[in-house]
Design a protein around this ligand. Structure first.
Ligand SMILES: NC(=O)c1ccc[n+]([C@@H]2O[C@H](COP(=O)([O-])OP(=O)(O)OC[C@H]3O[C@@H](n4cnc5c(N)ncnc54)[C@H](O)[C@@H]3O)[C@@H](O)[C@H]2O)c1
Length: 363
C-alpha cells in the first residue's frame, strides 16, 4: 500500500472540498492502491484547523520540511500560485495546483516547464474532464454519433455576485485573480471544450462588469473598485471549423447554479448538464430519438472515470464527486510514477487553457 502524505497550502472553499474528497475516498472506494493522509497545512489563519490534519505550520518552508511529505496541494488565491508552486517543484514534490495555475500564460509556462524539468507528477483541478457525462460526450463526438460538429454553447451560470452587498475579495481584482468570471469559471469551459471538441483557433470576447464597486468588507460603507468582469461571452472558432460560444457568469439568477454544454452536429446533438453528471443525452435526428445511460462506444478513459467517480449511492454532489475523481487520478499517477491517462489535466494542458484566457483578458 502506497502511503501518500498530502500537505495543503491554502484551505479556503476549494481546499475544504479537496479535503472532504480525500477524507471520504477510502470509504467510497475501499480498494484504492494508496492511503492518503491529510498532512500539514499552511494557510493565513490556522485557528480553525480541523483535527484530522496532521498540524498547522507557520511557513511554506516548514511545510516542505515535514517528515514523510509526499505531495502538495495548492489552494490559495491565484496571485500566490507562481511563487508557491515553484518552491514545491524545486523541492521535487508531486504537485496538485488549483486552476488557473498562474496569473497569466507567462507564469503558467514557467510553472509547467519547471515541473517537466524536475519530473514531478503534476495535475491541475480542471476536473470537468472527470465528469462522466463530459468524458462520454467526447467519445460520442469522436465516434461520429452526431456527424460533423457545427456549433456549440458552453455555459457556467452562477448568481452569487448578484448581491450588491457582497464584499470585495481577491476574486474581484485583476492583480490577485488575473480576471473575473472568465478566469475563475470560464477556464473550466475552455478546458472542457478543448477536451471534447478540439483546439480553439480564434475568438472574440465581450465582458461586462455590472457591479463596479463593492463594500471593502461585510457591512462597510467604504466602497472599492472592481476591475474584472461579472460576465463574459466568448465567440470561438475551433480547428475543426466548428464555432460556438463560451459564457461565464456570476450574475445569472438560476435557482440551481448549472454548467451546461450543448453540441450540435449534422446528425444530431449532445446535451450535458451538471444536473445529470453521469450521462450525456444524445439526440439522433434521423431516428428522432434520444439516448442516455451507458453508451456502447465508451472509450478507455471514460470507462476508467466510471471507476473513480462516486456512484449515485455515495454521491456527495457533483463538485465533491468531480474533485474526488480528479484527485484519485493524481494519486494513481503518483503510485505509477507517470501520467497513465493522457487525458489527465497536466500543467501542459492548463498552460494551453491559460493562453486562451490571456487572449480574452487582454482584449
Ligand atoms: N476547481 C474548482 O472547482 C475551483 C473552485 C473554486 C476555487 N478554485 C481555485 O482554488 C483557489 C482558491 O480558491 P478558494 O475559492 O478556495 O479561495 P478562498 O479565498 O476561499 O481560500 C483561499 C485560501 O488561501 C489562504 N490564503 C490566502 N492568502 C494567503 C497567504 N498570503 N498565505 C497563505 N495562505 C493564504 C486562505 O487562508 C484560504 O485558506 C483559486 O486558485 C481558485 O481559482 C477552484
Amino acid at each position: 500500500m502506497n502511503k501518500i502524505k498530502l500537505g495543503f497550502i491554502g484551505l479556503g472553499y476549494i481546499g475544504k472540498i479537496h479535503a472532504i474528497a480525500c477524507f471520504a475516498m477510502p470509504l467510497v472506494f475501499p480498494d484504492l492502491p494508496f492511503e492518503v493522509h491529510l498532512g500539514p497545512v499552511y494557510k493565513r489563519d490556522l485557528l480553525s484547523l480541523p483535527h484530522f490534519f496532521e498540524k498547522g505550520v507557520k511557513s511554506i518552508g516548514e511545510l516542505l520540511d515535514a517528515e514523510g511529505l509526499t505531495a502538495v496541494d495548492i489552494c490559495t488565491p491565484n496571485y500566490l500560485h507562481f511563487e508557491e508552486a515553484m518552491k514545491v517543484i524545486d523541492r521535487g514534490y508531486d504537485i496538485y495546483l488549483e486552476k488557473p495555475i498562474g496569473l497569466n500564460g507567462d507564469e503558467a509556462f514557467k510553472i509547467k516547464e519547471a515541473a517537466i524539468k524536475k519530473n514531478v507528477i503534476n495535475q491541475t483541478a480542471l476536473m470537468y474532464r472527470f465528469m462522466p457525462a463530459v468524458a462520454q460526450a467526447r467519445d460520442m463526438v469522436k465516434n461520429g454519433e452526431i456527424g460533423q460538429i457545427l456549433n456549440f454553447k458552453a455555459m457556467m451560470l452562477h448568481s452569487g455576485y448578484l448581491d450588491p452587498n457582497r464584499p470585495i475579495s481577491w476574486k474581484m481584482k485583476k492583480a490577485t485573480c488575473g480576471g473575473g468570471a472568465i478566469v475563475d469559471m470560464g477556464i473550466h469551459l475552455i478546458d472542457a471544450v478543448r477536451f471534447m471538441l478540439g483546439e480553439i483557433t480564434s475568438l472574440r470576447a465581450q465582458s461586462r462588469t455590472f457591479f463596479k464597486q463593492r463594500p471593502s468588507k461585510q457591512g462597510s460603507n467604504i466602497m472599492e473598485d472592481v476591475d474584472v468582469d461579472d460576465w463574459t461571452n466568448v465567440d470561438v472558432e475551433l480547428e475543426s471549423g466548428a464555432w460556438g460560444s463560451i459564457e461565464a457568469s456570476r450574475i445569472s439568477a438560476e435557482m440551481e447554479e448549472e454548467t451546461r454544454f450543448e453540441i450540435y452536429g449534422t446528425k444530431g446533438s449532445i446535451m450535458i448538464s451538471t444536473k445529470h453528471p453521469d450521462y450525456a443525452i444524445l439526440y439522433k435526428k434521423q431516428e428522432n430519438r434520444m439516448y442516455s445511460g451507458i453508451y456502447d462506444g465508451e472509450g478507455a478513459f471514460t470507462k476508467y472515470v466510471r471507476t473513480i467517480y462516486p456512484g449515485e449511492k455515495f454521491s456527495m454532489g457533483y463538485m465533491v464527486n468531480m474533485h474526488m475523481a480528479s484527485l484519485i487520478n493524481f494519486f494513481k499517477n503518483i503510485c505509477e510514477g507517470r501520467i497513465v491517462y493522457q487525458e489527465t489535466p497536466t500543467f501542459e494542458e492548463a498552460y494551453k487553457d491559460q493562453l486562451i484566457l490571456d487572449k480574452i483578458v487582454n482584449v
